[in-house]
Design a protein around this ligand. Structure first.
Ligand SMILES: *[C@@H]1O[C@H](CO)[C@@H](O)[C@H](O)[C@H]1NC(C)=O
Ligand SMILES: *[C@@H]1O[C@H](CO)[C@@H](O)[C@H](O)[C@H]1NC(C)=O
Ligand SMILES: *[C@@H]1O[C@H](CO)[C@@H](O)[C@H](O)[C@H]1NC(C)=O
Ligand SMILES: *[C@@H]1O[C@H](CO)[C@@H](O)[C@H](O)[C@H]1NC(C)=O
Ligand SMILES: *[C@@H]1O[C@H](CO)[C@@H](O)[C@H](O)[C@H]1NC(C)=O
Length: 224
């Protein structure tokens, strides 16, 4: 078949070559710079030592540790910064704008980093343009409920982990208006009331975790 129609073979080779060249484009320069900007905040345990703008052999940041790219676009789709910061350095404030260059980011792990909040004018609302961001892991940090309203602007979110933080004022959950959110973990916080009716704004919610969240007795879920 192929030998009778050599043009098909040529076409096949052309397709493979073009796929290969897309593949080898590697990461985008803009995103590589953004990763290098992030590094000093998250590399106190040296997990990110492979993030160096070295020679040609290392300029493809898609090959760096703890991240994943889309092979077609070369854009970062997943960043895993769980526990990359030394706890002994204490609590600190994150500049969320550092993540805004990753326009195709789908999953972001920021757990276990002693983050107490965001720096002024650079909260999570700066990530509202990341239309692919569906999974955000903020567990095991020191966030209080003031974080909730800024998270509401990331309307693409489907999965949000806020367990093991310092959320307290349950009424502030009203500020969490994420119409696509399906999974919410609020375990291991210290809520001050049982009235969860403020969560009724989460119209797509399928799974809610509240283990060890200071709730006792009956829980008010009116509005569901
Ligand atoms: C590759 O890059 C690393 C870090 O930039 C460098 O230490 C190493 O010498 C390079 N290897 C080659 C073969 O160029
Ligand atoms: C990679 O990006 C392309 C173009 O945006 C998209 O069609 C594809 O689904 C993406 N693949 C993954 C695994 O995200
Ligand atoms: C936060 O990050 C952005 C983007 O990198 C930068 O322009 C801004 O100066 C930073 N702000 C603070 C307070 O660190
Ligand atoms: C909550 O965290 C913010 C910083 O994100 C801080 O300014 C505020 O004082 C904290 N509120 C409480 C009640 O701890
Ligand atoms: C629960 O809180 C909502 C407002 O968030 C309020 O309207 C409702 O009356 C409260 N329910 C109880 C039993 O206090």
């Amino acid at each position: 078949m192929v030998s009778k129609q050599p043009w098909m073979l040529v076409l096949l080779v052309l397709i493979i070559v073009s796929l290969e060249s897309r593949w080898s484009e590697g990461c985008l320069e803009q995103e590589r710079f953004a990763l290098l900007h992030l590094k000093p905040f998250f590399n106190t345990l040296h997990d990110l030592d492979s993030w160096v703008e070295g020679d040609h052999n290392n300029s493809d940041c898609c090959q760096w540790d703890w991240l994943e790219c889309n092979h077609t676009t070369g854009k970062v789709i997943s960043l895993d910064l769980y526990g990359t910061r030394d706890e002994e350095m204490g609590e600190w404030y994150l500049n969320a704008s550092l993540f805004s260059p990753f326009q195709q980011l789908h999953t972001l792990y920021l757990g276990g980093n002693s983050i107490a909040g965001c720096v002024k004018n650079h909260g999570f609302d700066k990530l509202s343009t990341l239309n692919s961001l569906e999974e955000l892991y903020l567990n095991d940090n020191s966030f209080n409920s003031s974080i909730l309203s800024s998270l509401s602007t990331i309307s693409s979110l489907k999965k949000l982990l806020l367990n093991d933080n310092k959320l307290k004022r349950i009424v502030d959950l009203q500020g969490l208006r994420l119409r696509n959110l399906e999974y919410l973990d609020l375990s291991s916080n210290i809520f001050n009331s049982n009235n969860l009716s403020s969560l009724s704004v989460l119209s797509s919610l399928k799974a809610l975790y509240l283990e060890n969240a200071g709730l006792e007795g009956s829980i008010d879920l009116s509005g569901y």
